[in-house]
Design a protein around this ligand. Structure first.
Ligand SMILES: Cc1cc2nc3c(=O)[nH]c(=O)nc-3n(C[C@H](O)[C@H](O)[C@H](O)COP(=O)(O)O)c2cc1C
Length: 239
């Protein structure tokens, strides 16, 4: 009988470890593959630090401008590769948390030219526009924690982020903001997110970085993930 119980306990521990590793492994999942890697969190469960499945959603103009990253005004060179700045930070967060990446896409084709983009974004803001979303989070229920990244545009989030927060109800989940800026840091966007998602816990200690520091941000991102208590098992054990 004791032997039998031990066996059950061992099996339980093994599956708990697999779940834990699954939630933490750097799977390289993208928005296309999320639905095949459904996690185990039941609907309504709230996030326990580092225990639940993590989504890393981000918007970068570089992936929404109809040109390759290197032709966009919104890229940085990271490890010799041209990537959108928010994508670069999102990937660093993924390396440290093992979360799934999700690129927020819109039918709007943003100007690749920096000056044109500045004017275009100002118009969108004046019109209080809601750009149409063309990428969808599948099985939102499986995620307890949503890292959400966006650039600072005109001391606010890009309007597509309003489309995003109006599309999804993150009640009971933890939202962790991160952004890239050119001096204004978050402006008032963390408060705005809390207003848009009143029943989510919005972490105020988000990660914010100047655009010129993005290529060298890996260490700061890792430190921040540690501070807020989300390092995955690979990152914390070095395995
Ligand atoms: C339309 C637009 C408006 C911006 N407004 C601000 C601003 O108000 N404050 C600030 O610090 N940076 C501002 N920036 C700089 C961006 O936050 C920064 O370049 C960021 O890296 C853009 O992210 P992305 O490269 O992924 O698009 C603005 C950039 C753009 C394109």
């Amino acid at each position: 009988m004791i032997h039998f119980r031990k066996k059950i306990l061992a099996a339980g521990l093994a599956s708990a470890m697999m779940l834990s590793l699954g939630a933490c492994g750097t799977s390289g999942d993208t928005d296309e593959t999320q639905s095949q890697t459904a996690g185990q969190a039941a609907e309504g469960e709230t996030a326990a630090s580092g225990d639940g499945k993590i989504l890393i959603a981000y918007f970068t103009a570089a992936e929404n401008s109809g040109v390759d990253a290197v032709s966009s005004a919104s890229y940085s060179m990271v490890n010799g590769e041209a990537v959108g700045r928010l994508q670069a930070i999102a990937e660093m967060i993924q390396e440290n948390t093992g979360g799934d990446l999700f690129s927020i896409r819109t039918s709007v084709v943003y100007p690749a030219d920096g000056r044109e983009l500045i004017d275009y974004a100002a118009e969108e803001q004046d019109e209080n526009a809601r750009p149409e979303l063309t990428s969808q989070i599948e099985n939102l229920d499986q995620f307890d924690t949503i890292f959400v990244g966006y650039p600072n545009w005109w001391a606010d989030m890009p309007m597509v982020m309003y489309s995003f927060f109006e599309e999804y109800d993150f009640s009971g989940k933890t939202i962790i903001p991160f952004n890239v800026h050119n001096g204004s840091r978050f402006s008032g966007t963390i408060e705005t997110i809390q207003e848009l998602e009143p029943d989510a816990e919005v972490v105020e200690d988000g990660f914010t970085i100047n655009e010129r520091d993005v290529p060298d941000a890996a260490g700061d991102v890792a430190d921040w993930i540690e501070e807020i208590g989300y390092p995955c098992i690979w990152a914390s054990t070095g395995t």
